[in-house]
Design a protein around this ligand. Structure first.
Ligand SMILES: Nc1ncnc2c1ncn2[C@@H]1O[C@H](COP(=O)(O)OP(=O)(O)O)[C@@H](O)[C@H]1O
Ligand SMILES: [Mg+2]
Length: 255
């Protein structure tokens, strides 16, 4: 589905992705881990064809994602690959939730728009919000509207940037179930170590110096404290057990 070869990227002088290689087969569920600023969101935007490598190459189904070239297959690509932005507010600009979910469907000239809006509104539990303005919703509700708007396209590839942040426990569980049910190739960025294994089968870890430092199953990664510390995914702080205060490691439990 995707092949990334020796990808380098920088916004200004400093490289924010360094020599990344990656293969994604259809049906793969990959979790992209790393601390703040290691390049997770940037990598997802590159896979979504929004920005392009400075060096190296990215292929989707054998077609190279390059400025200019992507125009030749952009319709097909945009139907197949969707991105939930970390900052979902940038995805919401329609007057009502219903318009928001149907917008992409209209753009893609999909026929059964009303059915899909009903179906995905229901699956995300937001049917009661259809006539509301997305701008006035809580951040968790906005996240569900943004998710509904991309899932309604019924894409083959889901790129999700911290999809569980700002969701309450019940919504977190519901979204996790929904994502497992949905048969897509997925890449999920998160810094939430405790939920990461629920989001996919394969872990990819980016280091603070923007390199891929691990790819494989979660078990091995989670037992490698040194690697997790190096990637800034564990923190150490004082901790109280009854009357005893001591210091030990904790995973980042937020996104
Ligand atoms: N639009 C931008 N312009 C300049 N620098 C950026 C931009 N977006 C991200 N960066 C920088 O690139 C690095 C990687 O950012 P990002 O991909 O958002 O990391 P992550 O998602 O892992 O937190 C950070 O140092 C960030 O400050
Ligand atoms: Mg990010």
């Amino acid at each position: 589905m995707f092949r990334v070869e020796n990808l380098w990227f920088s916004y200004a002088e400093e490289d924010v992705l360094r020599g990344i290689n990656l293969n994604l087969e259809r049906g793969d569920r990959v979790v992209l881990l790393g601390g703040n600023g290691c390049g997770k969101s940037t990598l997802l935007k590159i896979l979504d064809g929004l920005i392009f490598p400075k060096k190296g190459r990215v292929f989707w189904k054998g077609k190279e994602l390059r400025p200019g070239k992507i125009k030749n297959f952009e319709g097909e690509f945009r139907r197949s690959v969707v991105l939930l932005f970390q900052d979902v507010e940038v995805m919401l600009f329609n007057p009502t939730v219903r318009d928001e979910i149907s917008f992409g469907l209209r753009q893609m000239r999909i026929k059964d728009i009303d059915e899909r809006v009903e179906k995905w509104g229901e699956k995300l539990g937001i049917s009661n919000l259809f006539e509301r303005s997305p701008a006035e919703l809580s951040i968790g509700e906005k996240k569900k509207v943004a998710l509904a708007s991309i899932l309604a396209l019924e894409p083959e590839v889901l790129l999700l940037d911290e999809p569980l942040s700002n969701l309450d426990p019940r919504s977190t569980g519901e979204i996790l179930d929904l994502l497992w049910e949905y048969p897509a190739t997925t890449v999920v960025a998160t810094q939430n170590l405790s939920l990461a294994p629920e989001l996919g089968e394969r872990a990819i870890l980016l280091s603070e110096d923007h390199r891929k430092i691990y790819e494989g199953d979660f078990k091995e990664l989670l037992s490698d404290r040194e690697l997790l510390l190096r990637a800034n995914l564990l923190h150490i702080h004082r901790h109280r057990h009854g009357r005893v205060i001591h210091r030990h490691f904790h995973p980042h439990d937020w996104e």
